[in-house]
Design a protein around this ligand. Sequence first.
Ligand SMILES: Cc1ncc(COP(=O)(O)O)c(C=O)c1O
Length: 420
Amino acid sequence: MTDRVVEIAAALRLAARRFGTPVAVTDVRELVAAAAAVRAAFPDPWLRAYSVKANDVAAIVARVADLGFDANVVSRGEWAIARRAGVATGRTSIEGVGKSDGDLRAVVRAARDGDPPRWLAIESLDEAAALVRIAREGIGGGSLAVLFRLNPEVAPETHHGLAVGSGGSKFGMTADEVTAAVEVVAGAPGLAPRGIHLHVGSQLRAIDAWRDGARRALALLALVRGSRPGFDTLDLGGGFPVLPATESGPDVARFAALLPAMLEAIPADRRPARLAIEPGRALVARAGYLVARVLHVRDRDGRQVIVDAGMTELIRPALYGAHHAVEALTSLGRPVATVGPAALSPARVEGPICESTDHLGEHGLPALRRGDLVAIRDAGAYAASLASTYNGRPRPAQLLLEPDGRLTVGRRRGTLAGLG
Ligand SMILES: Cc1ncc(COP(=O)(O)O)c(C=O)c1O
C-alpha cells in the first residue's frame, strides 16, 4: 500500500465516522490529476467543456471549472447548476436529446438578452423547426450559435447502453438530416449555424469508432463549410474511458493523437476553426469513493455481504453491469492497513435496496462483520447525478477530500423531511 492509499483510507474512515454512511467522497488531488491529463491531451485552443451530467454536484462542477473546464449541459436544471458553480452562460454549451419549447425559449431569451450560451446543439429537424419558430417570436436583435448533432453511425466499442453513436440509436441526425436542418436554421433571424456536435459513446474501449465518427463529422463539416464559411466548429463530445483495474483501454492522449492527421487530410479552408470536447467521466470517475457500512454477512452458496449503499447511490452496476472495485476499510472492527491476497476471500456484495439487481459484484474481501466499512471505487461519475431516493433514502452527503487532507462538505446529506 502506498502512503497515498493509506491516507485516503484513513480519510474515508473519518468521513464515515463524522458524516455517517453511505457517504460520497471526492479526492480533489485525483480530480486535479485527471483534469491535467485531459488538458495536456487537448490543450488550448481546444475548447474543453465538462459534461455536467457525469457529476452534477455544484461544488464539484465548480472545482472542475477552476481546473480549466467550461460546462456542457443537457437541461435548464444543469444550466442552473453550472451557473451556481460559477460557469458563465457564455462558457456553457447546451445540448440534450429532447428539448421542450420551454427549453428552447429559455435559450432564445438568453440570446435576446445578450447573454447567449456558447452554442445550442440541436437533435432533429423537428427541433430545428421549433427553434426557428421560437427565434422568430422572440430573439429580437440577439444572436445564437447553433450546432447540429450528427449520429455518426459507427460501432462504438462499449456496452450497448452507452453506444449512442450507433446508427438507429435515438441520438442525433443522419448526415442528410443535418444538411437539411442547417438550411432550416440558416433562414431564421439571429440563428447562426456554426458546426457539428458528436458523441460516439461512453467508456470507449478502443479508439476506432471515435476515429471513424470524427472522420465522418469532419467530412460533413467540410462539405457544408464550402458554401457557409461560418460553419466552423466541431464538438467531438466525450467518451474517454475510466476502466476497472481488470481491464485496459486507451488513455485520453490516444484519442487526441488521432486528430492532426485527420485535419491534415482536409483542405485548410474546409477545416474546423474551433474544436471542442466535452468529457465527463474522464474528469470525475476516479476521484469518487462511496463509503458504505456492512449490514450483514451470511452464507448463501458462498459469502454474501449486504452493505448500506446500493443502486440509489450508484446505479451503474444494476443498469449496465458495470464493475466497481469494492475494498475493505475495516476488518472485524479494525482499520485495514495491509491485507495480503491470502487474507482475502470471495464475497458477493449486495446493496440494501428491494431490487435483486441491486448487486455490487464479486470481490475479494477480508473477514467482515456488521459495522465494518468498505469503499466502492471509481464512483465519481454517473453516481450522484443518477442517484434516486427510492426506498425512502435521502441523498448521501457529498464530501471533498482537500489536497491538505481536510474533509469539506460539498453537499449536505438529504433529510427525511425532504422525501416524498
Ligand atoms: C453528448 C454527450 N457529451 C458528452 C458526454 C460525456 O461522456 P463521458 O462521460 O463518457 O465523457 C455524454 C455522455 O453521455 C454525452 O451524451
